[in-house]
Design a protein around this ligand. Structure first.
Ligand code: PLP
Length: 396
């Protein structure tokens, strides 16, 4: 089986580029140039230099001794939480801002839910001296005040969106509309492995630095360049794709993705797209979508804003349909419990998204000698209000 994207932008039956006519030239241009640009030695040198001196890479591969003892196995954490701006998202935005500059673009737009991708985009726009507009649902603007302030301090314009239920999906629609109005001078920095081809492949390539580092670090720590199992949370799928990419065709490595079950996959309040979704088209790509019998998108719900999306990247959909990867759905409560567990065992407060990956540890059947690497996609600073609320309602 080939898990790489084909020349038409498909992973099996998933992917493609379902876009309005007016964006055709722009997306075609990107498609025809992205590989040449990102494979160029000068581009790579600039990307790698920023990864090391600006982002702080390589991020450590940390052997979590007390967590490992608890699950009677060997667990390493890939510490994306230690990156500049606190998550893996910066790997992608650095890649895309360098690409935008090479494509002669002067204006950057982005969508954001919790504000993490908005902050990562505003950060690289400040770094590159580019104009930055971030679309964000009004509901999210209200509940993610600190990130809105950060984006403004970084020089970005935050445009609140008041359509739909005023969250990520609506912000994405508005960003696409902006792109249609300004196709020539604007680059749209999509925040995950979603959207029309070539975005899912391009973002996975920028994020694949995660898996490449894991290979090198495992040689030092375990004397071999592969783990037995990789675990990552899945919103759109960028940290998972970046973690898995190097090992997609290596049958020795089991791949585990973790979705947000919200209040439970059998309730109306969930974001477990792979578990309950059906094939459809969302934001330019054919993939699993949470939809009703009429094909109307079901509003997703998760305690974690980064996983609260009714679609999923086409690579993850393909890995699920071919059973190359296994997927678990972890509820809000399970994720919260896992967050407190990691904090008390290892002194690391994880992002709520990453806590979902941690919540799957209870569901995986480990062998004692197994080497598992779990990608800790971000840090928990942004989620302190949620954690404090939980702590007050049920102290440990
Ligand atoms: C945005 C985000 C995610 C989810 O996005 P993916 O594209 O699925 O990786 C996960 N973790 C953190 C910390 C995030 O900020």
């Amino acid at each position: 089986m080939n898990y790489n994207v084909n020349k038409d932008g498909f992973y099996g039956e998933f992917g493609g580029a379902y876009i309005p006519e007016i964006l055709y030239e722009n997306v075609e241009n990107l498609k025809n140039n992205y590989l040449e640009i990102i494979e160029d030695p000068e581009f790579k040198a600039e990307f790698n230099a920023l990864m090391s001196d600006y982002v702080g890479r390589p991020s450590p591969l940390y052997f979590a001794a007390r967590l490992s003892e608890t699950y009677a196995t060997k667990i390493y954490l890939k510490r994306e939480d230690l990156n500049h701006t606190g998550a893996h998202k910066i790997n992608n935005t650095i890649g895309q801002i360098l690409l935008a500059r090479r494509m002669g673009k002067s204006r950057i737009i982005a969508e954001t839910g919790a504000g993490q991708h908005g902050v990562a985009t505003a950060t690289v726009c400040a770094l590159a001296g580019m104009c930055c507009i971030v679309y964000m649902g009004e509901t999210d603007v209200a509940r993610q005040h600190l990130n809105v302030q950060k984006m403004k301090m970084l020089g970005a314009e935050v445009r609140p969106v008041n359509s739909g239920n005023k969250t990520l999906k609506d912000a994405t629609n508005e960003a696409i509309r902006d792109w249609c109005r300004n196709p020539s001078d604007t680059h749209y920095i999509i925040g995950s492995t979603v959207g029309p081809h070539p975005y899912p492949d391009m973002v996975a390539r920028f994020q694949s630095v995660i898996g490449e580092e894991i290979a090198r670090q495992l040689v030092e720590k375990e004397g071999r360049d592969y783990p037995d199992r990789l675990v990552a949370c899945v919103g759109g799928g960028s940290n998972a794709s970046g973690t898995f990419r190097r090992y997609l065709h290596d049958p020795r490595v089991r791949l585990v993705g973790v979705e947000a079950a919200g209040k439970g996959v059998d309730t109306a309040e969930t974001a477990a797209t792979i578990t309950i979704g059906q094939k459809g088209v969302i934001h330019g790509s054919c993939t699993y979508v949470m939809q009703d019998d009429d094909g109307q998108i079901i509003e997703p719900y998760s305690i974690s804003a980064g996983l609260d999306y009714p679609g999923v990247g086409p690579l993850q959909a393909f890995l699920a349909s071919t059973r190359r990867a296994e997927y678990f759905a972890v509820t809000d409560d399970e994720a919260l419990q896992a967050a407190f567990e990691l904090t008390r065992l290892e002194g690391i407060i994880p992002a709520l998204e990453s806590s979902h990956a941690l919540g799957a540890l209870r569901k995986i059947g480990f062998e004692p000698g197994d080497v598992t690497v779990l990608t800790l996609s971000g840090r928990g600073d942004k989620d302190m209000e949620t954690y404090i609320r939980h702590y007050q309602s049920q102290p440990l």
